[in-house]
Design a protein. Structure first.
Length: 267
């Protein structure tokens, strides 16, 4: 499960305000070197974070001064990266929470309940489906999902036809991971018509790639959840980078809250 609706929102709002007099928002090209920079960033982060979690079950909150807030059951959010890379931007935000009474199996059922994604993640999607792949194993379940990501503001609406490759991995008896990577994200030419064709070549660049990661461990009276969203988009307009960070924060916060709210109905 992976989408970054609120990350897209800041770019839409900022660019719309910036170009309102022109009446249009210009399209932009995704440069190969920008995509490679994003992919290299993701690969490096994956290697380090995955190794730490699989070796010891460690989450970043374990060494954070805000650990007491986390222990109380409140969501703790942390910016990891929010940087410009020539003609693109990387937005990486993380959030953690302790869910009393929660189980790994509940989270697994929520994540794989694709037919009910529109209810679980209300307001973020126009359609959702997922298919389990033939190479799935009990401890490494493999799904390909298709999602229509929707975003609306006062100025413009945007819809994406997106496909994700997701692995649900039981890395230890008391640990579970989700790695969800975008295979393709295509902006539709008519955001209100879900059957419309995508842009050919350049698009508006509000969202080029987005990966989502979850690290979950059983501890004490429940589970600890750590979620990450890593997105690639066009550069934020001058003066709006702070807002992009805020919207990335809000996206992760909602993703965690929506998942927590769905746990009781997925026993």
């Amino acid at each position: 499960m992976a989408f970054s609706r609120r990350i897209t929102g800041i770019l839409i709002l900022g660019l719309a305000a910036h170009t309102l007099q022109a009446g249009i928002i210009p399209t932009i090209h995704l440069d190969a070197d920008v995509l490679k920079t994003y992919e290299d960033y993701v690969a490096s982060w994956e290697k380090n974070s995955q190794a730490a979690f699989r070796t010891s079950g460690k989450l970043w909150i374990d060494s954070s001064p805000r650990k007491d807030v986390f222990q109380s059951g409140k969501i703790v959010l942390e910016p990891i990266a929010n940087k410009e890379i020539r003609t693109g931007s990387i937005h990486h935000f993380s959030g953690v929470v302790h869910v009393k009474g929660g189980t790994i199996n509940q989270v697994r059922k929520v994540m794989q309940d694709y037919p009910n994604y529109l209810k679980i993640f209300k307001g973020d999607l126009g359609a959702a489906s997922g298919t389990q792949e033939s190479d799935s194993k009990p401890d490494d379940e493999h799904f390909i999902s298709k999602l229509l990501l929707v975003q609306g503001t006062l100025w413009i609406n945007v819809t994406y036809d997106a496909q994700f490759d997701t692995r649900y991995i039981r890395s230890a008896p008391d640990r579970w991971e989700v790695h969800s990577k975008s295979l393709s994200i295509k902006e539709l030419t008519d955001p209100k018509n879900y059957s419309s064709k995508p842009f050919e070549g350049d698009d508006h660049g509000f969202l080029w790639r987005t990966n989502t990661y979850w690290f979950i461990r059983e501890r004490g009276d429940g589970i600890d959840i750590e979620a990450h969203s890593i997105a690639l988009s066009r550069p934020a307009p001058t003066g709006f980078s702070w807002w992009g960070n805020k919207r990335s924060r809000d996206a992760v916060d909602k993703m965690i809250r929506d998942t927590m709210a769905a746990l009781p109905s997925h026993q």
